[in-house]
Structures are given as structure tokens and as C-alpha cells.
Design a protein around this ligand. Structure first.
Ligand SMILES: [Zn+2]
Length: 336
């Protein structure tokens, strides 16, 4: 759907903007925009009115909601998704094939999900997946049928490659489409997934409040020239966009891998900073990322580093990250 929106309709509701773009392409079709988020109260009523559903959503709770609604209403679901430089396309609940829950009975832990707001997606990739999604809808509508109920189409934009991988068949014990379903009406999907049905500002709370500081408090510490290390754990591409000059940069992935070179570098910087103080108390390491999610994961890793090599370190996360810094401390700092 992303390719349907242009600068001229900036600020308009996406459903209306998409309908306007499509109307321009083909005015003989009737387009009905529905404003507002799809929820368990409205989904089934809506899905029942149509023969085919295309899921172009960007978050896990909505994927479960749409899939369950399609199973309960007996409608095929053409489901497209894209993240960064990769896209996927599947047709669920179609001609004896599996539903979304057959393949993913349990939602992923919320802190492992990378959404488009965090991970980014190239508009072209969503456009390619969206066009192929439209093709599958047309094939089903015209009776030609789709074979993507048995396999998943995967697109790798970097390699310029499409692949098909075979899907597991429908599960007889699936909670919604199985022989004895336990899901017979729509539920609270945000509670089920432990995350909100949006790709925006998904704020995790992995650390207790004493392990976090606000951007305002960090600014005070900077002004007071309190010795510390500021660790930026964003990927290199984001650091290239903007950074705080004094930050040490080690991507979260390197910390998770316990990358030796990165840890030695961190150890060196902690040592250097510690020499500026003869204080025997713990040296603070403040961790920052874009929104304050990855930084919390990094703090957890730092808290488990061996004291033998790193000495006593007090790791804290800067709540809501550099985007809070841009909003509250430095209005010239780029927001992206
Ligand atoms: Zn199923």
C-alpha cells in the first residue's frame, strides 16, 4: 500500500489516500475506505462482506486478528509483508492450506520483533510485494487459483532473488482452523502478543526504572562533566545519519554475539574514563539507541559482563533514546 501514497496527500488518512490513488487508476471499481484501526469488535463484520482479504498490515497483533477473522468467516487471506530489503507473500486459509496460526501458533516475544518503524523498509520492496499480492488476489478472484497456499514466496532485494519455500500443511490441532478449535471468536490480540497493534514507538519496558535515566538527567550529567562512557548501540547505517560526538559506538548485534574485538574496545574506553577519576565507585556506562528499546537489551548484556575485566560498571539506559534527545534537548539533532 505504501506506493499508493504521495506527497500531495500528506497528512490525509491512509485509507482515504489509498482509495483516491486507486480511483485515479480505475474509476470503474468501487472503493470503500474505512478509517480507524481494525479491532476484534469490527473485524469479523468487515471481513464477512468481502470474498478475499489482503493483509498489508505492519504489526503482529493485527496479523493474528486478520487471520483468525478470515478463518472464522471462511475467506482466503493474501498476506504480504516486508522489512528492510526482504519481502514475503503467502495465501492463508485457502483450498485446504494452513492459516497464519498453523505456521505461527505462538506470537514471537515482543522484544524480538523488529517492526518497520525500527527496522525500516525500502518503499520499492513493499511495492514489489504489493503488486504480487494484487496478482494473487486477481488469480483467486478469477478462479485461476493461487499456489501460494502451499508455499511462501520470498523476495531478497539485495540479491535480486525470488525463492519459494514449501509450507507446513494445515495443522489438525490448530487453535483456530483445526479439528477442535479453541478460538471460536476474536480475542484481545494485543494482550495475546504482548505488544500494541501499531508499528509506531513501541516502547519496551525491560529494565526497572532505577536502571534508566531520562535525556534531561543525562544532559545534566554531561554539563556537570561527570566521568562516564556513552555507548551507542545502533547499527552503523543509523550512526552515519547522526550521532552524539562523544559516544562510543558498538552495534547491539556485536554485543549479543559477544564479539571479542568490540568488547576489548569497550573495556579500553571504560579504563580510559576510569583513569579520569580516582573514585572507587562504579563507572557509569549510559547506553543509547534510537528509541530506547535496543539500549535496554544492551544494558542487560552489560550487566552480565565479567567484573574481572571490566571492573565495576553501572550500566543504565537512556529512556526513549536519541529521538527523545532530539525532541527535548537538541532541536537541531536529526530525527529519522
Ligand atoms: Zn490454522
Amino acid at each position: 500500500r505504501r506506493v499508493l501514497h504521495g506527497e500531495a496527500r500528506r497528512g490525509r488518512p491512509k485509507a482515504r489516500s489509498a482509495a483516491a490513488a486507486l480511483r485515479r487508476l480505475n474509476s470503474a471499481v468501487q472503493y470503500v475506505p474505512y478509517r480507524g484501526a481494525l479491532g476484534p469488535r469490527s473485524a469479523l463484520r468487515l471481513v464477512r462482506q468481502y470474498d478475499i482479504v489482503a493483509d498489508c498490515s505492519d504489526n503482529v497483533p493485527t496479523r493474528y486478528l486478520v487471520s483468525d477473522a478470515c478463518v472464522l468467516a471462511g475467506k482466503p487471506l493474501v498476506s504480504g509483508s516486508a522489512l528492510r530489503l526482504e519481502g514475503q507473500l503467502v495465501v492463508y486459509n485457502y483450498r485446504g492450506g494452513p492459516c497464519y496460526r498453523c505456521l505461527f501458533p505462538q506470537p514471537p516475544p515482543p522484544d524480538t520483533v523488529t517492526n518497520c518503524a525500527d527496522g525500516g523498509v525500502l518503499g520499492v520492496v513493499t511495492g514489489i510485494i504489493g503488486c504480487m499480492q494484487a496478482l494473487e488476489v486477481l488469480k483467486i478472484a478469477s478462479g485461476m487459483g493461487s499456489s501460494l497456499n502451499q508455499c511462501m514466496l520470498m523476495f531478497d532485494a539485495l540479491e535480486g532473488r525470488f525463492r519459494n519455500i514449501k509450507l507446513r500443511p494445515k495443522k489438525p490441532d490448530c487453535a483456530v482452523c483445526g479439528d477442535n478449535p479453541s478460538v471460536t471468536c476474536l480475542q484481545d490480540y494485543e494482550a495475546f502478543c504482548g505488544s500494541s497493534a501499531t508499528d509506531k514507538c513501541r516502547a519496551l519496558q525491560l529494565l526497572p526504572s532505577e536502571d534508566r535515566i531520562s535525556v534531561q538527567r543525562y544532559k545534566e550529567l554531561l554539563d556537570e562533566q561527570v566521568p562516564h562512557v556513552l555507548l551507542d548501540v545502533r547499527p552503523q547505517v543509523e550512526v552515519d545519519i547522526c550521532r552524539l560526538e562523544h559516544a562510543v559506538h558498538i552495534p547491539l548485534r556485536k554485543l549479543e554475539e559477544k564479539d571479542e574485538e568490540s568488547l576489548q574496545y569497550l573495556q579500553k574506553r571504560i579504563c580510559e574514563e576510569r583513569q579520569k577519576t580516582d573514585d572507587q565507585t562504579s563507572l557509569p556506562v549510559y547506553v543509547v539507541c534510537k528509541l530506547g528499546n535496543d539500549s535496554q537489551k544492551a544494558v542487560k548484556i552489560l550487566q552480565e559482563l565479567p567484573a574481572k575485566e571490566f571492573g565495576s560498571v553501572l550500566a543504565k539506559d537512556i529512556t526513549r533514546g536519541l529521538m527523545a534527545w532530539a525532541a527535548k534537548i537538541d532541536s537541531t539533532f536529526p530525527q529519522y
